[in-house]
Every structure is written in C-alpha cells, then in structure tokens.
Design a protein around this ligand. Structure first.
Ligand code: ZN
Length: 359
C-alpha cells in the first residue's frame, strides 16, 4: 500500500514516528500521545477523547451495538459483491454509484474537475467504493478515513488501486494543512456533534483552490418519498432517515445552514443541490443497479433518468429533497488563522479576483 500523504498528530499536528522500526505504536513527540498500528491498521482515534454519543456511534459502525441497521462492510462477502457491481458501473457508465445518487454525484464531481493523479480524501469512506470508482472515472488517487475499524479493514481487504486507509475522526483529521486536491464526504456530517468543526477540518486539509463536496440528508425533506411515508402513516411508518442507527433528525442540516458553515470555514462559491424527492428516491430504494441490466444502452438509461428528473423537478428546484449536495472551493490565497478556543482554528480567506478586499 502506498503512503500517499504524510500523517500528523490529529490533535496537535506534530510529527508522528515510531521509536523503533519494529514498534507497533506511532508517537507524537509534541503532545506525547501514541496511536496503534497493529495488523497494518493505523488507528488515529483516541478513545479517551470521545464522548458518549461518539462511542455509541462508533459501536454501531463496528457492529458491536445490536441495531436494525447493519453496515454493509461488516460482511466481507457482501463488500466483494457490491465492489464488483460498483466498478462495473463505473467502467461502463462512468457513474460513481449504481443509482440516481451516482448520477447526481457525477454531475457535481465534474464541476469540481478532478484531474488524473490528484489526491482525494474521502471522510467516512466505508469500504472505499467511492474512491475506487473515482479512480476509474478520473484517475485520481485516494486516501480514505473512517471512524470504524471494520470499515477500514473491509476497504484494505478490497483495495485494487492502492488507496491509503486509516481509522480517524472527522473532527480531528491527522493531516497537515493544504494537502488534498479534493475532499469529499457522504452521509457523515449528520452524525458528528460539531458541524462547524467538521466543515473547518475538511477545508483546512484542502489545497488552495481545492474542491470540497458533502452529501447529507436534508432537514427540508418535504414532498420526498420518506416525508409522504411519515405523513400518510401518521408518523408510525418511517422508512426514512430515523431508521438508520445513529441518525438524529435534530442534527440534520438544511442546504442553507451547511452552505453557511462552509463559507465561514473558508470556501467560496458554495452551491447546494437538493435532490431525491419523490420518484428518484423510490427508484434508488427499490431498484438501484437493476436498471443497468434492463437498459444496457446508455442512451436509453439517460432517457429514463431524464423522465425521473422531470417528474421530480418542482420540489428539487425549490430546495426540497431527501438529501442534498453542498460544494465549493477553498480560496486561492493563504488563510489567516484565527483560534476558535476549542483547539482548532478558523481559516479566514480572501476569495480570488477580490484580492484587495478583506472579509
Ligand atoms: Zn500531538
């Protein structure tokens, strides 16, 4: 496995090294924390610093907490099967996921223009499917972090393109400032206790002008398939977001809220795209993948997707959807650091082309 990026202490950003080559622990010489690397699994989460909610989340995603929700990566056979399908769809259709969400992801990733050889960080990478698909589509190199050791084991066990994987906490990324060309994160920010810090950490590790993409369920899910399910059943039937373990609807963001967090963290040109309203969400929950067998010709598939999009247009255009993307770029000039008091700092930027004006 290639080490594409140097790690640093997730808490003080000091240098990490081993006392002796055969040592299993990485030590920070600045703050004297140490981290496990047994079985080739680099674990940069310090359990003593997690609160109760974070420990509960981690237990679910390790498969230690009994729950309706079972992460795919807990079963390596399932991981292998879905990895095959995902790669096949990426190769034949250029989609990072075999569903409507994949189609929308491709549209937005294209706007961020990933280039061959560029370094992509996936925060909450699961089994690494997205990084693998991006390598196939754009030729990018991947670094994946996840809070779950089970996810990282699955990703390392199915790593055809030599991505680098680590167990790490999204709120304390073990990377120096400005190392990635693109940072992406799907279905993670709604699980973390501090949305602002999450946005700051993702922005901090981006190179100037690097792109950022977040997908998250929306607080504004009116008219969506899940919203109708709740309404029609008087709240009893909820296939929606609450059924996934670790989801707290109180923590869901609206597109406007997330855009504001990202702008304050130092992104410019932030845009959001709400999607997954009625038909597109039913489609993704009922037969993702299947359609690719039924309509093996890309033009038929495009026509079918266009129909779904037209049917869902009105709520999506008005910012409603079961989920949304937020994306933007880090400013092109060096940030001015301002401490936030919780050990992190907020990066203040001036956007390009307005070099004379402060913010
Ligand atoms: Zn340290």
């Amino acid at each position: 496995m290639g080490n594409m990026v140097d790690l640093c202490c997730p808490f003080c950003h000091g240098e990490l090294s081993k006392k002796a080559p055969e040592d299993e622990r990485l030590n920070c010489y600045r703050c004297s924390l140490s981290f496990s690397t047994s079985d080739g699994l680099v674990n940069l989460v310090d359990p003593s610093r997690l609160d109760e909610a974070a420990r509960w989340q981690q237990a679910i995603y390790e498969g230690r907490e009994s729950s309706q929700y079972k992460a795919e990566y807990l079963d390596l056979e399932v991981v292998r099967r879905s990895a095959d399908i995902q790669l096949e769809i990426a190769v034949n259709y250029g989609l990072p996921m075999p569903n409507w969400k994949g189609l929308k992801s491709r549209e937005i990733l294209d706007k961020l223009k990933p280039q061959a050889g560029e370094l992509v960080l996936d925060v909450g990478c699961g089994a690494g499917h997205l990084l693998n698909a991006m390598h196939v589509i754009y030729g990018t190199k991947g670094v994946g972090i996840d809070f779950s050791t089970a996810a990282i084991r699955a990703a390392m066990g199915n790593n055809p393109f030599g991505n680098q994987y680590l167990v790490a906490d999204a709120l304390n990324l073990p990377f120096r400032d400005g190392v990635f060309d693109l940072v992406i994160s799907y279905d993670v920010i709604e699980h973390v206790p501090d949305h602002r810090r999450f946005a700051r950490e993702m922005t901090r590790v981006l190179k100037p002008q690097g792109g950022l993409l977040i997908y998250t369920p929306s607080r504004r899910d009116r008219w969506s398939w899940h919203w109708w399910q709740r309404k029609l059943s008087g709240g009893r039937y909820n296939l929606g977001l609450d059924n996934l373990a670790g989801h707290d609807p109180e923590k869901f963001l609206s597109p406007e809220e997330l855009a504001e967090h990202l702008e304050k963290a130092g992104l410019w040109g932030v845009k959001t795209l709400a999607f997954h309203t009625l038909y597109t969400l039913i489609f993704d929950e009922t037969f993702p993948e299947f359609i690719f067998r039924l309509l093996p010709r890309p033009r038929l598939l495009k026509g079918f997707f266009r129909m779904l999009e037209l049917a869902d247009a009105a709520p999506g255009d008005r910012g409603y959807g079961n989920g949304f993307f937020a994306y933007g770029r880090r400013a092109a000039v060096e940030p001015v650091r301002e401490p936030t008091g919780d050990g992190a700092y907020v990066a203040r930027f001036r956007p390009p082309d307005q070099g004379g004006e402060g913010d």
